[in-house]
Design a protein around this ligand. Sequence first.
Ligand SMILES: [Zn+2]
Length: 337
Amino acid sequence: MPEMPEVETVRRTVAARVAGRRIEAVEVRRPKFVEPLTPEEFAQRVTGRRIAEVDRRGKYLILRLTEDGAPGGARAGSGGAKANGAGAKAKPAGEIIIHLKMAGRLLVCRTGEVLEPKLEKHTHVVFRLEGDEELRHIDLRHFGRVSYVAGARDRAGYAAHPKLKGLAALGPEPLSPDFTYEHLKAGLARRKTKIKPLLLDQSFVAGLGNIYADESLYRARIHPERRANELKPREVRALFEAIQGIIAEAIAHRGTTIATYVDGEGRRGEFAAMLLAYGRTGEKCSRCGTPIERIVLGGRSTHFCPKCQKLPGAKRRVAPRKKVARTTVRRDQKVVQ
Ligand SMILES: [Zn+2]
């Protein structure tokens, strides 16, 4: 599924095309996407507004709207593209918040452009923009969500919305100034849980999904089942640097395409070739040559090098679990070959 670097890549490509433009009309083909509003209510709230900027929090894309009038945002955003108006400050008019979920994509196309039948069939929301272009939300698996909140950067408003509780609860972004070594160290010290599931907890750090959690732990040489509060200071430092490094590199390579992900211009991400642990079950570790193992942890498939990422006391504590891990690997390889 798209993780944060992929959503950030979508944000960048989409922002370059839609920021500063007015929404002329909205067509909701699948009412479920805009619940709890009806398609008419949703269209009424956003039609005639201007998209001042496209921002992102975790895996949520946020289109900040202003009253039509002067183009451009009333407030400068955190990295979102902005249109420069003639100095007049347009009044904020709420936000459209899009979650792409497992297989969603946003495409900017010409008005009325006919895409391949599969994409046409699964186009659920269409924003018609001034300048004869459309922003389309396409989702082959129909899990996506498009929400509207009246306020801007409104944590209470997000929490009150039935589809945005996850957004309200998000922790700091890995590349934001809030996510510091001290923050990570203090957060880990408070928790006895296993490190991998903790990294996936979006209230702990926002936007680190399964792929990048595995890669970060691999780079930092930390076994995914280590207890958070038992990591040594040098390991916490290595993990902090690995998380920031992996996320920045993934964004620079426009994300990872495993299955269907494409950016706002239909291009695939290039980071998949650079993954060293995720999806590499049975392949040799790039550092020591030991085959990468796969286990299931917290319901998620987890990849690591058993030699570079040691579990202290493993012999005593997890002998039976190791057996399960080997079976899983074998079963995996049969499927793949
Ligand atoms: Zn290794």
